[in-house]
Design a protein around this ligand. Structure first.
Ligand code: HXC
Length: 293
């Protein structure tokens, strides 16, 4: 799908790049020729991931930084150190926190635990990179990983939905403010891509058959494949599509718009149901016609 040297000479930072979707995207960027920096809270996990990717692509570098992006000073220090070893050409805001809960049960600390990562941390990282790119006149690309809830909201994940909606607006706002500096910002709104971290918190009781909402309520009847998300991220980070700026694009098999269709539940109908529907409507039409004649 891509040229193998698509990202030759590029260096990207992927937050939360030690595991889950961050790791998958980082690995794809490296496969396509980039050097990467990954950051996260667990140093051991980062080290292991970096080592595994560099073993696959020995000519590439993956550096690691242990950081909690909720701490603004720590983010600033990390970005300073990264740029001291060489500039970045892109940032992927992937680090997130979330858990499913009734909103009435959330303490202020619970709200902050999510909002401080997603809303505050993403801004700290983006601005720390942005001001350096602007000062040095360097072109760059920012990609944030959101969800389709940024358009619809979602019950039971309110701190995440609110925070990610804020980052969608940040994406649009800075896409305009920073375009003249050659910095573009886009976002991906993924549907269900099962990863260990997210699934333990969003699907804690599991679920099969009708209760597997990620399959039964998806028009494609399946969850996303990690490679599909990685390909989309590579596409959006590529200079070949530089004119895409300020977009939030879904990759969810159509799940986000399915609930909005008045008749979406009729996907469950059998051919017999449809035959019955047709006969009933035909009978109504025939009766109406008879009344008119
Ligand atoms: C209610 C809860 C809770 C729960 C925690 N809290 N879990 N309240 N229900 N299930 C409350 C705690 O009681 C505490 O408040 C406060 O939240 C902070 O809890 P800590 O455990 O101290 O938080 P912390 O160690 O900072 O952990 C952060 C975290 C954790 C976000 C809560 O889950 C985490 O580190 N997650 C990172 C990985 C992750 O979540 N990945 C999923 C991303 S999925 P009190 O008041 O009691 O002190 C995503 C979108 C996916 O972003 C889209 C799929 C379609």
């Amino acid at each position: 799908m891509f040229k193998t040297d698509l990202f030759k000479g590029k260096r990207f930072l992927v937050t939360g790049g030690g595991s889950g979707l961050g790791k998958v995207m980082m690995d794809k960027f490296v496969e396509l020729g980039a050097d990467c920096v990954i950051c996260g809270r667990r140093g051991g996990v980062l080290e292991e991931t970096a080592k595994a990717t560099m073993a696959k692509y020995p000519s590439r570098r993956v550096d690691t930084f242990t950081v909690d992006i909720r701490v603004a000073t720590a983010v600033e220090e990390m970005i300073e150190q990264i740029f001291a070893t060489g500039p970045l050409d892109g940032l992927v805001n992937n680090a997130a926190g979330n858990f499913i809960s009734q909103t009435k049960d959330l303490s202020p600390r619970a709200f902050d635990a999510i909002a401080n990562i997603v809303f505050h941390g993403t801004f700290y990282t983006t601005n720390a990179c942005g001001k350096r790119w602007i000062a040095s006149g360097r072109k760059a690309s920012v990609l944030s990983i959101l969800t389709t809830w940024v358009w619809t909201g979602s019950p039971f994940v309110v701190p995440s939905a609110m925070s990610k909606a804020g980052i969608a607006v940040m994406t649009q706002s800075l896409a305009v403010e920073w375009a003249r500096h050659g910095i573009r910002l886009n976002a991906i709104a993924p549907g269900p891509f099962p990863t260990e971290g997210a699934w333990a918190r969003l699907n804690p009781l599991g679920g099969t058959g009708e209760n597997d909402r990620y399959r039964s309520r998806n028009p494609m009847g399946r969850v996303g494949r990690n490679s599909e998300l990685a390909n989309m991220a590579a596409f959006l980070m590529s200079d070949e599509v530089e004119y895409i700026n300020g977009e939030v694009m879904a990759i969810d098999g159509g799940m986000g718009i399915m609930g909005n269709g008045t008749f979406s539940d009729m996907l469950k109908h059998t051919e017999q149901d449809w035959q019955r529907i047709r006969e009933t409507i035909s009978a109504t039409n025939a009766a109406d016609k008879a009344k008119r004649t």
